[in-house]
Design a protein. Sequence first.
Lengths: 600, 329
Amino acid sequence: MVKLSHRMSESVTEPVLAVKDLSVILSREGRPSRVLDGISFDMFPGEIIALVGESGSGKTSIGLTLQGLLPREYQPQVAGSIRLAGIELVGSGRRTWQSARRHLVRAISQDPMGALNPTMTIRRQMRESNGGCEGSIEDWLSRTGLPDPDRIADALPHRLSGGQRQRVLIAMAMVARPKLLIADEPTTALDVTMQAQILDLLRDLARDQQTAILFVTHDLTVAASLADRVLVLYAGRIVEIGRMQDVARNATHPYSAGLLAARFDLDSDRRRPLPTLPPEHTHSINVEDACAYATRCPIAQPDCTAIRPPLELASVHGGAVACLHHEQTPYLSAQRADAKPWPAQAIQETAALRLSSIGKTYPTGARSFWGRRKPQSVLRSVNLSIKLGECVALVGESGAGKSTLLRIAAGLVVPESGTVTRFDKLPPQVVFQDPVAALTPWLTIGEQIGERLRAVSLDSDYGRRRVGEAMKLVGLDPVLMDTLPAEMSVGQCQRAVLARAIIVPPRLLLCDEPISAMDVSLAATTLNLLGDLRRRLDMAMLFVTHDLAAARIIADRVAVLKDGELVEVADPDAIIAAPQSAYTQSLIAAMPSLQAAGGR
Amino acid sequence: MLAYLTKSIIGAIVVLLVMSFIVFGLQSIIPADPARAIAGPNAPLETVEAMREQLGLNDPAVVQYGRFLLRLAHADLGTSVRTRQPVYDDIRQYLPATLELGLAAIALGVALAGVMAALQFLIPGSGGIRLVMVGVGSTPIFLSALLLAYFFWFRLDWLPGAGRLAYRDFAGPTGLNVIDGILVGRPEVSVDALLHMILPALALALPIGIAVGRSLNSALHEVMRQTYIRTARGKGLSETKVLLRHGLRNAATAPLSMVSLQVRLLFGNLLVVERVFGWPGLGLYTVQAFASADLPAVLGVAIVFGILYILVNTLIEIAQSIADSRIDL
């Protein structure tokens, strides 16, 4: 095994965290599975390491293991060594862990909305984090860039925005002056502009406080804008480790290269399907003596399933890589470029959906004596029409009114003013953000897809054939017809939701942030699938997103919504080349990109 | 808050009006004839008719209802057929005993619920508690009251199981013996009153404890999965602190609603339990009133229980808004 430290030249600083041969087994419903397998790495004070991988790669488990917070009901078995500030944590008692969590390691989570106790003021939660002391609470709140820290400290969490809550959580973690901060996808739930600010804050904290930050993310672009080093994780193993810029430029493991290729930004080619990672195979091999990625790997050789590749020095970038044939990886990108362009789409002049001067208010604030609340306007006289066969992306920050507009288009919310005209007599189909929550847990996938075939029984051959066809169309194996949603992955659930929407092909498909909770390669796969379906079934589409890059790739026109008003509607590339409104300009400026990160 | 209180008072008045209307309706529907009841079963028809006239039973319904409301406003609930005393005076005499027992039962029930739920979270593998809860929960109140009385009083003689107090002539200023004993400086009275209360209060508290405990348990299960619980654990707090500071308060809303539902059932259970333990309260009074078709007494108690229920409900809503500061009253 190679020495993994890249800081040797700088000084003889002791690592603040030394993880050696860490393995974790969790038992779900009595079935043990190894979620982490032989993880070794060091972290130095002030260093930022990005931990990158798809969902299910074990990256969140590393964070929880380092805090000793793996869920008890899974009976975690931890082996190996975790030395944090010189203290061995594996096998240590409850009190040692509690004291480590109090003083040494803190975490901020993916979900700032849920991570604060809703019934406790910020001040009390901060005080608890600070060993009961009042001192330096407001100091830290203002250091994280919160205006009026005194007011924020006395507020309850629901009065704060998502960005403010994430800052509070950072302040709450930092007030304890931890040696190690675990940031688990801290910006996924935030808008791009907010994301850029939080990343800046973390970078400053690492530098000024000498806190080591383990930054967990699925997004290599975000990682590249922040981290010193990167660990690429696949199926609980480290497959590549190296300096961030080196790996971003010369990814050596085929998996890292695939992750990089699947990432899309404002410069991606939108005329053809996005490159994606090869799909995960349902049949898995015994990975004890094999490369776990072998079943998906485009350059796999017979020996890949016979030998477990050790983590070896990567000559290309001086880091380490666990691949027997990594010298082949550079040829991968050449293979990918030749995807066929999308066929030309016929857009008709007739409108599939016409929204005319839509207005909507929601009650907010304190109740008056008679229980009424002040109405606050969410949408102000919005005009938008989508032609048959056209895809329009609706872009805006959270709270801009995007989802409300989509619900009005779907007929789920009644607008206070304006009219909604749809070409189709059938209600339009909606694809929501969380595919797992959008499926009924106790009905099989087949039953849920077939539900829309009202007159047809699912037991009939015809019914099963129709469901099977719909499943094939979305790339779902018809064998899965009789499984329950809980037995499927998120990606499969998303396909099932789409199959349900298109089994009776609608003229209009409404998508509400369908990719915002997905990792990069799944998001790219979903965008490809939607692009394919709408062309093949000739559907018009309204695609709501906060991600300008996704909007540009999927849509024929982009509409930018700001505070309930449309500020811009135009061709995606025209908007990005010459944004008319200040708001669109700030959206574009905040987009992280590998190119920009390289210059850091 | 002020607005909420004003609103709940207005609401209470409306509810009481509706209740008075139902009570009045019952009086006129029920076949029992108060005139006949007062005059006696063997009285001649003329006497009964004179009694009807005297009671105003021959007036139009609206006039009767108006008169009924007017009497209610003066706290005049009529005269008990059985005791021949104003129902209001009877209720004043018996209410403190019932209040004392009811409050003790609610407090004990809530405590039981809290202990059971906390044990399940702090001691892993304590699924046995659930089994016990199901077993106790499926025992009807008349049986559990009898069993408690039989074992702990009759067989083991550990605790008293009849009446409120061994000191027959004791009468304190508030009528709540436990408090009165302290007020007049006779702590032995308080202790005795508490001992007498244990068995009946326990019988009443068991169903409350089970229902509230289950509701608290499922609410806690939901809450303990939330991200902010992980945040709290991530601060290095002990598991007990996480549960008490972050879990319990966020899980309080549903079990508190359950308490107010249980209080309603408690009024019914009081009838059984006071009868079993010879507790001289409103429950026993009502049972006796039933036996002698004492309609004014039964309706008077119904109105008192109605008022108590509205009060409890309001208190619980206030408690919910304190537990969850996001609730705007």
